[in-house]
Design a protein around this ligand. Structure first.
Ligand code: XIL
Length: 363
């Protein structure tokens, strides 16, 4: 009987071992099957990213394949914004964001968190919320804290505040500003730091490369935070740019931000062929404009590489193919601002990015 028992135990143990081995093999197989990016992201010494739309990722194989192949960092285009994460008071829905994180992990991609505090993508209940200053502050704190706790260890950097400023250091009259005053920015960073002391915290805004006024205003805001003992780790320049934004102001923005010790993230890049304020009625992307876009991307990448490597957090595009761009939401205003055409074929701008990666660095 004892003998039988022993054999049984051995068998049981070995089958358990066998079971573990099968699991282990499966794990290895999955890891081996998950392809690492081989495109731009693999060729650059800094992360190269795109925003990702979860519905397209599920429905469009070309979209998915391009993201898997080219990018080493992803930002959720929408599913980590407040209306997605907290559609009703205190009711958080993580499923979409978690699915995106699983995809990123399988493909060895970093996830950049976007965005904890913004005036866009607010759920209806926040727009209708009635409460005194303390209640608004609590709402802000709770959203930041709950979100960062949920993603702790998986999302290691966040756009904490997005688009707080107008074109200098005047505050946008957002719902947060109206109820909490300018101090909401400081509070947001404090709550974020407490929620996840390991995370890198970014201030993100547009037009920082478009002349000195907003850039200097932003740097003044950050300097005031620093004087209050509030640490901001990085600055995101959205860079929804147009071909007529001069290179000198882009280089200046990179250099000035880096000189203050911040990480520099080009966080939402697209380069519109329509020129701001001059020509916004293009119906075709002409070869000449596509060539200009190529030069533009090349110069931006080359300028970015001149920053101290430790401050190069990455360059993220706001979309994969021209067909995916948020700028096409107005059908009367077509645009072609990204690296891939509507059929996911690399455009001249894609080559421009590669050229920027290898251009000699003259300082
Ligand atoms: C845009 C998304 O691309 C759209 O899908 C959505 O409808 C609106 O928001 N600045 C930002 C981004 O910080 O979050 C915005 O993304 C584009 C402008």
């Amino acid at each position: 009987m004892r003998h039988i028992n022993l054999t049984y135990t051995k068998l049981f143990r070995s089958s358990r071992l066998g079971c573990y081995s099968v699991w282990f093999a499966l794990l290895l197989l999955t890891a081996a099957c998950a392809r690492r990016p081989t495109g731009l992201g693999a060729q650059a010494s800094f992360p190269v990213g795109t925003c990702v739309n979860l519905n397209k990722l599920r429905a469009n194989p070309a979209y998915r394949a391009t993201i898997e192949r080219e990018f080493t960092s992803i930002t959720a285009e929408d599913v980590m914004k407040m209306d997605s994460l907290q559609p009703r008071p205190n009711e958080f829905t993580w499923a979409s964001a978690d699915a995106l994180l699983r995809f990123a992990r399988q493909h060895h991609q970093r996830v950049h968190g976007h965005a904890l505090v913004w005036s866009g993508a607010l759920p209806k209940w926040v727009l209708q919320f009635k409460g005194d200053t303390a209640a608004w502050d609590q709402l802000l704190r709770q959203h930041i804290t709950t979100t960062m706790h949920h993603f702790k260890g998986r999302v290691k950097a966040w756009d904490v505040v997005n688009e707080a400023l107008e074109n200098d250091d005047t505050f946008n009259r957002t719902i947060w500003y109206e109820h909490l005053g300018p101090g909401y920015v400081a509070h947001a960073f404090q709550y974020a730091r407490q929620a996840d002391p390991e995370a890198l915290l970014f201030y993100n805004d547009f037009d920082l490369e478009n002349g000195p006024s907003k850039l200097n205003g932003t740097l003044r805001l950050l300097a005031r935070l620093k004087a209050q003992g509030i640490k901001v780790d990085g600055v995101g320049l959205q860079m929804h740019a147009s071909l007529n934004v001069p290179f000198s102001s882009i280089t200046e923005a990179f250099q000035k931000i880096a000189a203050q010790g911040y990480l520099v993230h080009v966080s939402e890049m697209d380069v519109q062929l329509n020129r701001y304020g001059q020509n916004d009625a293009l119906t075709q992307p002409t070869p000449a404009l596509l060539a200009e876009q190529r030069d533009y991307v090349r110069t931006v990448v080359a300028a970015y590489r001149k920053l101290p490597p430790a401050q190069q957090y990455g360059i993220t595009f706001w979309g994969v193919s021209d067909g995916d761009t948020w700028l096409r939401s107005n059908p009367r205003h077509p645009e072609w601002p990204l690296l891939f055409d509507d059929k996911y074929q690399p455009k001249p701008a894609y080559e421009g990015f590669r050229e920027g990666l290898t251009a000699p660095l003259t300082r």
